[in-house]
Design a protein around this ligand. Structure first.
Ligand code: INI
Length: 158
């Protein structure tokens, strides 16, 4: 049986990290985790770009523009949407998730979803480098694997 799966090596691959500034005390930790994963997997600083956006609502329009450039092997989205007292959370989190899934499948560029959607600040802290790990690190590892997998499955143009 031939098994096809992505390798966990970032060497020679180009990544774009898109990170929101809203709840930056969380998203800065996610960025640190993602950079740690990329570098420890053999990625080069020269092959990593960081794009900052105001909030998670701005992910789809930004990522669509970046994916259309076809310059990166994968895009890593990092954000933190924390539930408040109004339904705002549901609109922001839902549109970000749905928009990013659509863009990945329409463009063929892997988009890793490192956007925390939590009920409390404590849950977000736990997932950005405390007791539940760092979801920025996890998203970057997924991006590395998917970048290599899609390169194997694709036309090899990147
Ligand atoms: N943006 C976030 O990234 N996280 C949030 O928790 C959040 N809340 O709760 O409001 C949030 N709102 C801002 C939104 O993403 C847009 O930047 C804003 O509506 C302007 O378009």
């Amino acid at each position: 049986m031939k098994v096809i799966e992505g390798k966990l090596s970032a060497s020679g691959l180009r990544f774009c990290i898109v990170a929101s500034r809203f709840n930056s005390f969380i998203t800065d930790r996610l960025i640190a985790g993602a950079l740690d994963a990329l570098k420890r997997s053999g990625g080069s600083e020269d092959d990593i770009e960081l794009v900052r956006i105001p909030g998670a609502w701005e992910f789809p329009v930004t990522v669509r523009a970046i994916a259309a450039q076809k310059r990166h092997h994968a895009i890593i989205c990092l954000g933190a949407v924390i539930r408040g007292d109004t339904p705002h959370f549901d609109y922001v989190a839902g549109e970000a998730a749905g928009g990013l899934a659509r863009i990945a499948s329409e463009t063929g560029v892997p988009v890793a979803f490192g956007v925390l959607t939590t009920n409390t600040v404590e849950q977000a802290v736990d997932r950005s480098g405390a007791k539940s790990g760092n979801k920025g690190f996890d998203a970057a590892m997924t991006a590395i694997e998917m970048a290599d997998l899609l390169r194997q499955l694709g036309d090899g143009s990147r």
